[in-house]
Design a protein around this ligand. Structure first.
Ligand SMILES: Nc1nc2c(c(=O)[nH]1)N[C@H]1C(S)=C(S)[C@@H](COP(=O)(O)O)O[C@H]1N2
Ligand SMILES: [Mo]
Length: 331
């Protein structure tokens, strides 16, 4: 049984949800309650895993109870990408550059104990223990499209809460214009750091208003469980309207700064990867088109490419952030 019927390109806002669809949602929700699983993520996990191909999995991880998010646009009705693909087809160069490398190699990452350091232009800098940080806001399940700059996409049920919750808590000063996210860079835990593909540590950043947008998410879990290492345990970013590389993994430092930071991919190949990196079908990568994408799991003989949507389908929610900006210039 599928989690929900595939609605293709239809990205319903709540008002567009048909009565039948609302009924299906409610029925499935009631089934989950009857089965004793209050967390929506848990039943999502069971259903999609049943249909997943048999590839290496990290095994049973701790459940992470969550409620379905009520943030506008946070729950797409599209068919979920299987757990096997979400956790077996990854980009995490700290563990190698092949899609199967992170799942194969990330066992050396130690997500506990873990702290996240808050630095820079904030009134409340300091070090958060990961378990305390996780409790800062109620855990929500959100189902986001993930569009990689390489031309593929997934639909993933993440668990976490709005990054804005943390930003508000640490009280940025008037000088804070950007937020920088720094990934762990310990070569004993991350064998890929010995390669020179990027100038480590992996750094990503957002403008302050982007960081405050409710769809920008700090992620602690996926498919009803804590994050597997290959997906960026114990905490990663998820910014669904931007190309996947903007969503840094295994974050150990969050820095509030005045000047626009140079991010890792921008530093590596500036003519190909910009600071904004909003998903945009009209702005091609210098080496390939961004007009279409391949949905992971739909790669059969008759699988069609999908049209890539402006801001990855989140234009209604985030378009205002870029009003008046030349998106070809600010790619
Ligand atoms: N630290 C770090 N974060 C990273 C990456 C990486 O190589 N290192 N890859 C990015 C890219 S290109 C993508 S598409 C997403 C993939 O996330 P997923 O493997 O959970 O699907 O992570 C992003 N975050
Ligand atoms: Mo990516």
């Amino acid at each position: 049984m599928n989690y929900l019927p595939d609605r293709g390109f239809d990205h319903p806002v709540p008002s567009e949800i048909t009565p039948q669809r609302a009924y299906l949602n409610r029925r499935t929700w009631l089934q989950a309650l009857a089965a004793g699983g209050g967390a929506l993520g848990l039943w999502a996990a069971r259903d999609a895993r049943a249909a997943a191909p048999a590839v290496a999995r990290p095994g049973k991880l701790a459940a992470l109870p969550a409620v379905r998010s009520s943030v506008a646009g946070a729950v797409t009705m599209e068919k979920l990408t299987t757990y096997a693909h979400v956790t077996g087809y990854n980009n995490f160069y700290e563990f190698g550059t092949d899609k199967s490398d992170p799942a194969a190699n990330a066992g050396t990452l130690k997500p506990r104990p873990w702290t996240v350091q808050i630095e820079g232009e904030v009134k409340k800098p300091g070090t958060w223990d990961i378990d305390a940080l996780m409790k800062l806001a109620p855990m929500e399940e959100r189902i986001y499209r993930l569009r990689c700059v390489e031309g593929w996409s997934m639909v993933v049920p993440w668990l976490g809460w709005s990054l804005a919750e943390l930003v508000r808590r640490v009280e940025p000063t008037g000088n804070a214009k950007f937020v920088e996210f720094v990934t762990l860079d310990d070569p004993r835990q991350m064998p890929g750091l010995r390669s020179r593909v990027l100038d480590w540590p992996y750094v990503e950043a957002l403008r302050m208003d982007e960081a405050m947008h409710p769809l920008a998410m700090l992620v602690f879990g996926v498919y009803g469980e804590i994050l597997p290492n290959q997906n960026g345990a114990p905490v990663r970013l998820m910014v669904p309207w931007k190309y996947g590389f903007k969503s840094g993994k295994s974050i150990m430092k969050i820095r509030f700064v005045e000047k626009q930071p140079t991010t890792s991919w921008q530093a590596a190949i500036p003519q190909e990867y910009g600071f904004y990196s909003n998903v945009n079908p009209k702005v091609d990568h210098p080496r390939w088109s961004q007009a279409t994408e391949r949905r992971i799991g739909e790669d059969g003989l008759f699988a069609k490419k999908r049209q890539t949507l402006m801001f990855n389908g989140y234009e209604a929610q985030v378009g205002q952030l870029y009003a008046g900006m030349d998106l070809k210039k600010f790619y």
